[in-house]
Design a binder for this molecule. Structure first.
Ligand SMILES: [Zn+2]
Ligand SMILES: [Zn+2]
Length: 167
């Protein structure tokens, strides 16, 4: 890998987020947060470990799990159950929807502004107050449609860290 996949502003954003959350910024935390921010990844703890192992051989699985738990407690990441029966992590805390490819399990962010407002069913009033609506669009991604084999969310490709703001 040529660099750590981050531009300067992204790096300082991570640093700020971690420090603001009252956490000490360590190498592993920076690396793990960077993986969490990658477009379309939404990795599981195991994915994070596997993706970082080549570049950080000293990183233990235990550290990854503990770091993710710390991030979650600090409100830096959100974890959500995936169809595979594991939790996946999302570091984009701006509310957004997801498109999930049911073949390669890639999860891509969809901005809320693209869906417009959603009508909240009346019946929900008896359950509580809705604060955020997150939708899950499921389908087959383009690369899976074209028979792409390596379209898995976990291919080691490092997407450009920057692709639009504020999703
Ligand atoms: Zn796919
Ligand atoms: Zn997301």
């Amino acid at each position: 890998m040529e660099n750590d996949g981050l531009n300067v502003s992204e790096k300082s954003r991570i640093r700020e987020a971690v420090v603001d959350a009252g956490l000490r910024l360590t190498g592993p935390r920076l690396a793990i947060f960077r993986i969490l921010l990658e477009e379309g990844l939404h990795p599981s703890a195991e994915d994070v470990y596997r993706l970082l192992a080549p570049e950080l051989p000293s990183l233990s699985r235990d550290t990854v799990y503990r770091t993710l738990a710390t991030f979650e407690e600090a409100g830096l990441v959100r974890k959500f159950p995936s169809g595979e029966g594991v939790f996946r992590y999302d570091a984009r805390m701006v509310p957004h929807h997801h498109f999930i490819c049911s073949r390669c399990l890639k999860i891509v962010d969809v901005s809320m502004s693209e869906t417009g407002s959603v009508r909240i069913p009346e019946s929900l009033r008896s359950l509580g107050v809705v604060e955020t609506v997150r939708m899950e669009f499921q389908g087959i991604c383009l690369s899976c449609q074209s028979g792409g084999k390596d379209s898995g969310a976990l291919s080691p490709r490092i997407p450009k860290p920057h692709q639009g703001e504020n999703r």
